[in-house]
Design a protein around this ligand. Sequence first.
Ligand SMILES: [Cu+2]
Length: 567
Amino acid sequence: MHHHTRPDPPATESFPTDPSGLPEAGRPQLLELAHGDTLDLRVGPVAKRLGDTTVRMLGYNGSVPGPTLKVHQGSEVIVHVENHGDLDTTVHWHGLRLENKYDGVPHETQAPIPVGGEFTYRIQFPDPGLYWYHPHIREDYTQELGLYANLLVVPSDPGYWPPADRELVLTVDDLLVEEGRIAPFSPAETSHAAMGRFGNVFLVGGDPDLRLAARVGEVVRLWLTNTANTRVFNVGLPGARLKLVGGDSGRVEHEEFVESVVLAPSERAVVDVLVERPGELALEHHTPDRTYRLATVVVAEDGAGPSAAAAEFEVLRRAPELEAERRQLDRWLTAPPDKVLALVAQLDDPAAMPAGAGPVTYACPMHPEVTSTEPGRCPKCGMKLLATTSATMAGGGHDMGGHDAGGHDPGPMDHGGHDDHGEGHGHALGTADGIEWEDDMVAVNRRTTTATVHWRFLDRTAGADSPTIDWQFTVGQRVKIRLVNELDSDHPMHHPFHLHGAGRFLVLARDGVPEPNLVWKDTVLVRTGQVVDILFDVSNPGLWMAHCHIAEHMQSGMMFSFNVARQ
Ligand SMILES: [Cu+2]
């Protein structure tokens, strides 16, 4: 086990929050880079306007998000990074299969870049699709503050994607703003360690009120990346038809019409939209209980009629390379897993931490009506009951005041047919679909830190049942990994499981149900109580990380590293 991201010493007593005198954050640029080009990337503070408040954030090259990099499959570029941010940094190239020494993992693949320091990356792009970059030190702070940006790899095969008239590369994110400031962070430890830091301002492409333009008769391609610390998004565009064409790393096995797409932190989706009528369309985030407006698409009528791309919109194409994978998948579906990894939480009781006096009541932070005079677990959701104080309960429960950003439209809504994740798991929980869509324990969550919440991976591989994970793979190997999100945990919750660029994987099955539409992935959402089997195609040697992509969970120990040997 390598606990490299935790003990990085604090650079300061508190992080600065004053935006005065800082350059105003610009719009993210689109930078096309040719093979051999060098990009200078500068990390530094910016003054970011959010509606009528201005907050201090961090940007790559002065924007939030940073510049979108457009590169060509098979090329290589050099990125020279200068750190003028608040603390040590690295740049992790999320989803890319690259040389291990440029993976951006502090203390493992490189020394941290100190404030005032620099580092030069040389990165390759073997696979087409949508990727992104962000720091790998205190992501809970630096990613929340704006250090994230996309990287689009254009395929060598011009017919790889269906035709589109307009392409929009968009990050979706949420930011926690309180009293005109970004809610405070401690340089010494990560807060919100239980559920992660949910935000109350939604940012699309860094903008709380983004307006996009389109024309009637066009196909608009949305390249979507969830850059939030913890929030799962379910993105739709009511009134327009959506066609799912790609995921984390390239196109899907078969294109399909969808109502919306579920994106866990760090996941990507590529969605084509046929715009058929003039007016305004709302890009929305739908949970089972509410709808949030994320951005507006203004559709103009110019009388030109449907485009050539629109004429092909009805065609649902198939990807032959993934159909070939499908044909050899049966033996992997029936094979026993090579590795079994359990996802669990060990929670110290935050309310009981100070030596208390008098009788204690235990209650579920998710279900305040569930109380007990003894420690135990909530019968409704399985979460560990926490000792309560009046302060805990006053602030706990559904303290959602101020958490609406944009149009809140109660009423019936559909959320896309992504809930059919099998029977027998998760249905006894507070969230029937195994996703915590909101922070339902705001006060408790805020006080949980990396000192009191311990997210863990446990190796449950037969014969190797241990908290120490010692994975040794070889280039060229395929490995079946079973991810078990154990309900018998102090705080069962969903986790987006991410593997660094040692390879890429296919989801084989969720709760035993074979994955209906394959796509190469680097992150998979493992819902509460769910069992997900993946097939990891190992291609790159080195020391690589695996971790939960909820920033606060990784900071709280939900990570390990594994070795890949050369063939
Ligand atoms: Cu997690």
